[in-house]
Design a protein around this ligand. Structure first.
Ligand code: PEP
Length: 254
């Protein structure tokens, strides 16, 4: 990690933990976190638990994120949630373009760019996810894929005033127990940072780039020690307070 960028540890609960168990998990995190010592700690509960978890965490250093949003501010979009609704429910961040959204729900670079812009214009801080599949990695296309996904949101990020984050999440490492090595992560993070630098050195310097994909307490330190890894987007291990807080502690030490 580079000390000029504050580390971010974000937990993506996915479709796990409704209001009741989500509040229990949030209460444990709040009780046991103590002083986050400069680490930005975020949890992303499912939509139905957002307001309750936000209330549970009110006044704590833990921020709340949505897991997705619709790009329109309102309208006839059954089952969808706008940026303003997330914000009203207590979210200050939102995950955009997670690979499960791209792969299972047909999200494209264009829709991810629209959602990113919509989040920013409603005052939500987007965590934009990029990452290659195993097939793409094996075909030597990792940089092509990741950089073109990132290029799609560059204009929005450049205009964001530095409130966004990127997350590199190799699809083959998500929920598989198979994380990228520190060297594999750093290689891609450094390329992403170089892409940001083409727009402006300030954008490159100020953009936190998180790694996601089977981050656990036992591999977090090595990943977070990389110069261009500024934090972690954590799935499975964020469902357990002790594991998630151990990853936050690894960010303190990095
Ligand atoms: C994720 O879904 O963003 C993720 C990184 O999941 P896991 O940590 O379980 O691989």
């Amino acid at each position: 990690m580079n000390p000029s960028r504050a580390p971010i540890i974000a937990g993506n609960w996915k479709m796990q933990h409704g209001g009741r168990s989500g509040c229990e998990l949030a209460a444990s995190l709040r009780r046991e976190l103590g002083d986050p010592r400069g680490v930005t700690v975020i949890v992303a509960p499912p939509f139905t638990a957002l307001a309750a978890v936000s209330a549970e965490l009110d006044g704590s250093p833990i921020a709340v994120a949505g897991q997705n949003l619709h790009a329109a501010p309102s309208g006839a979009f059954t089952g969808e949630i706008s940026a303003a609704m997330l914000s009203e429910a207590g979210a200050s961040w939102v995950i955009v373009g997670h690979s499960e959204r791209r792969q299972l729900f047909g999200e494209t670079d264009a829709s991810v760019a629209q959602k990113t812009a919509a989040a920013l214009s409603a005052g939500l801080r987007p965590i934009v996810c990029v990452g290659e599949t195993l097939e793409e990695r094996d075909a030597g296309r990792t940089f092509d894929v990741v950089l073109s996904q990132a290029r799609a949101v560059l204009d929005a990020l450049a205009a964001s005033g530095g409130v966004h984050a990127l997350a590199y999440e190799p699809v083959w490492a998500i929920g598989t127990g198979r994380n990228a090595t520190a060297a594999q992560a750093e290689e891609v993070h450094a390329r992403l940072r170089a892409l940001l630098a083409e727009t402006s050195p300030a954008l490159a310097a100020s953009t936190p780039i998180l790694y996601g994909g089977s981050v656990k307490p036992d591999n977090a330190s090595a990943l977070l020690a990389c110069a261009n890894v500024d934090g972690a987007l954590v799935g499975g291990a964020s469902l357990d307070a002790a594991q998630f807080l151990a990853i936050v502690a690894a960010a303190h030490r990095a």
